[in-house]
Design a protein around this ligand. Structure first.
Ligand SMILES: [Zn+2]
Length: 178
């Protein structure tokens, strides 16, 4: 009976946080000062980019769910899979693999979550992007790892952004490792 109350408590808490998160997200799409897309904004790209080729960019997240949280964005301003080319999808997959290799070098053995959200209310920036969210593999219980990902993911929206110095350090580490 006690276990049931604990499980129900956790589910209820996660439900409240999730609803708050998506409500907040839906009202606060990330835009630059000039009201242009954050992932097309030269100021953002200049400070967040650690990798670039003809089709895609790798950026450090300014509000990492876990240290090492990266984003893969297309260079073209497109919103969804409807508009992405096969070449861009190959470049995205290739960069995600490069990022994974780099993170393993920087953090040691780690697990990861790859996420792509699309559509009004769940997509913070209306520009096709993938999250690569690593987590140190500390051999915790699988249930705890799942909850830890979910909690940190929901709470990340309310976190303060990284400082300029922290962001620059993340970009530098990724440039060196990739
Ligand atoms: Zn854009």
């Amino acid at each position: 009976m006690k276990k049931l109350f604990i499980v129900l408590g956790i589910i209820f808490s996660l439900g409240i946080i999730s609803v708050s998160y998506f409500t907040f997200l839906g009202k606060n799409n990330v835009k630059s000062k000039n009201n242009i897309c954050a992932f097309c904004n030269p100021e953002v790209l200049k400070t967040h980019t650690f990798y670039e080729d003809d089709l895609v960019r790798g950026l450090c997240s300014y509000k990492p769910v876990f240290p090492g949280h990266c984003l893969v964005v297309t260079k073209r301003h497109i919103k969804s899979f409807k508009e992405v080319s096969d070449e861009e999808m190959i470049a995205i997959a290739s960069l995600i693999k490069k990022i994974n290799d780099a993170i393993q070098k920087i953090m040691g053995p780690s697990i990861y979550l790859i996420q792509q959200k699309n559509g009004s209310g769940i997509q913070s920036v209306p520009h096709l992007h993938f999250h690569y969210i690593p987590r140190k593999d500390d051999k915790s219980h699988p249930v705890w790892i799942g909850l830890d990902f979910l909690w940190k993911f929901c709470l990340s929206l309310f976190k303060s952004p990284m400082s300029k110095e922290e962001l620059a350090s993340c970009v530098e580490k990724m440039k060196m490792a990739i």
